[in-house]
Design a protein around this ligand. Structure first.
Ligand code: GTP
Ligand code: MG
Length: 452
């Protein structure tokens, strides 16, 4: 079905010591033969080499040496794509790697599309769809916790759970369909109870998986936290403390921060994008007004609000207005400048900090984690942090299963029970790619980088 050979630079563009050009497909070795001149007695032409060996030599184009390289030969099927694969390690930087890529393209390879290597790994049965998605999660992981979860998924832990669920549904379906084929035989009451019990258990399992969606989304996408408050409250100082380095400019002048500043930090394993904003007030000039407009915009998109109050100043009507404005979002009130004589007279609970010396920052990090994380990060939950696509499929599976169960309890016709159960089983199958369409694959793999 796949008959062409693809090539791409697999390492990030830019300056580095080394770069890797990857080739995959039936002609990978023959194409490499055309571009590669072995050096030394131990080296050879790629087609003459044993699988999983490393060759030393030059990439040549029209008699000219392009670069000195190491070339890895990996024959199907023991490769990532399950196709013949060649990986050429050349010098890094834009020019050398591009020149090597151009040489293999001229020799007959085609430029790979985003995610095409991983797509081939999926199409050739090397990995299923959740594992393909995990490849992307591994690459994009921003914290060790996110990486750990992605690696579990890559190892097939989510797939195992999904497959077990689907197998169970298929068995029950087969059972029910067998009775459709023999209409004279009624289902015995105890068998009926057994079927109901199995579907109930499946429903419970789906619900359990669905509860991991929130954590899964947070680990993959991170969470956006806007730091807001009146000018000079210490928002930028607090941002710097949370990041652990001086990112934003801090001055005693109110209205220092004019543009919104975004930076990601690892808060107890959760990637949090902190957004420092211009202090909310009536703007003194046009630049500040634009800054404040942007503040409002990023606050609107933030999932979490860190509202900074100045402990050395009295609580104002303006502060109250912000509390009310953001009451429907997850938010934390922070009383900053606790080293100052206390003037803040507020009845609600505040996290106390001093952004000058970092007092209260660690407890604040705990509070942020507790607020975004619905439960404790249980180690046994890591393997099954579902993503938005899985969530959508599982919700449809849940609906099908609920309908099927209702029909079963109402003693509706077996055809009706089976139909909804089939919908549920198919939706579960979608998660791992047992049932998938070209469109679905396009939408998943187009989000990958080229070379993956
Ligand atoms: N004493 C004391 N001063 C602080 C504390 N946090 C910040 N400051 C000082 O307060 C002033 C304002 O701090 P910033 O972090 O720039 O405040 P901001 O809220 O970002 O201000 P704008 O960007 O103008 O809205 C600076 O002089 C800081 O050094 C604190 O905990 N205690
Ligand atoms: Mg500021």
């Amino acid at each position: 079905m796949i008959d062409d050979t693809i090539a791409a630079i697999a390492t990030p563009l830019g300056e580095g010591a080394l770069a890797i050009i990857r080739l995959s497909g039936p002609d990978a070795l023959a194409i490499a033969d055309k571009c590669f001149e072995p050096i030394g007695a131990a080296s050879s032409k790629p087609t003459d080499a044993d699988t999983h060996t490393l060759l030393y030599g030059n990439i040549v184009a029209e008699g000219r040496t392009v670069d000195e390289v190491l070339l890895a030969v990996m024959r199907a099927p023991r490769t990532f794509t399950r196709e013949d694969t060649v990986e050429i390690t050349c010098h890094g930087g834009m020019v050398a790697s591009q020149a090597v890529l151009q040489t293999v393209l001229a020799a007959g390879a085609r430029s790979a599309l985003p995610g095409e290597f991983t797509r081939r790994a999926f199409l050739n049965g090397r990995i299923d769809l959740t594992q393909a998605e995990a490849v992307s999660d591994v690459i994009h992981a921003r914290t060790d916790l996110a990486l750990a979860a992605a690696n579990e998924q890559l190892a097939g832990k989510l797939s195992q759970r999904i497959n077990k669920l689907r197998d169970g549904l298929m068995q029950t379906l087969a059972h029910i369909e067998a009775h459709i084929d023999f209409p004279d035989e009624d289902i015995a009451p105890d068998t009926l109870a057994q079927l109901t019990g199995r579907l109930d258990a499946a429903l419970e399992f789906i619900d359990e998986l669905l509860t991991t969606a929130n954590e899964g989304r947070i680990l993959r996408r991170g969470i956006r936290a806007a730091i807001i408050g009146r000018p000079n409250a210490g928002k930028s100082s607090l941002l710097n403390q949370l990041l652990g380095h001086d990112r934003a400019i801090v001055t005693p002048t109110a209205g220092t921060t004019r543009d919104t500043i975004e930076e990601t930090a690892n808060i107890r394993g959760i990637p949090v994008v902190f957004i420092d904003t211009a202090g909310l007030r009536e703007a003194a000039d046009g630049i500040e007004a634009e800054g404040i407009r942007r503040s409002h915009e990023s606050i609107a998109h933030a999932e979490l609000i860190l509202h900074v109050l100045d402990a050395g100043e009295a609580f104002t009507a303006e502060d109250q207005k912000y509390i009310e404005e953001f009451s429907e979002k997850k938010h934390l009130l922070i009383a900053n400048k606790i080293d100052q004589p206390r003037m803040l007279d507020v009845s609600v609970d505040c996290h106390e900090t001093c952004a000058l010396d970092g007092t209260g920052i660690e407890p604040l990090k705990d509070a942020i984690r507790d607020l975004v994380w619905s439960g404790a990060i249980r180690a046994d939950m890591l393997p099954a942090m579902i993503n938005a696509r899985h969530q959508d499929a599982l919700r449809r599976a849940r609906a099908g299963l609920t309908d099927s169960l209702a029909s079963l309890r109402d003693e509706a016709t077996l055809e009706l029970i089976a139909m909804d159960l089939r919908i549920a089983a198919n939706a579960v199958g979608e998660v791992v790619g047992k049932t998938s369409t070209e469109d679905l694959l396009d939408s998943i793999f187009s989000q990958f980088c080229i070379g993956k």
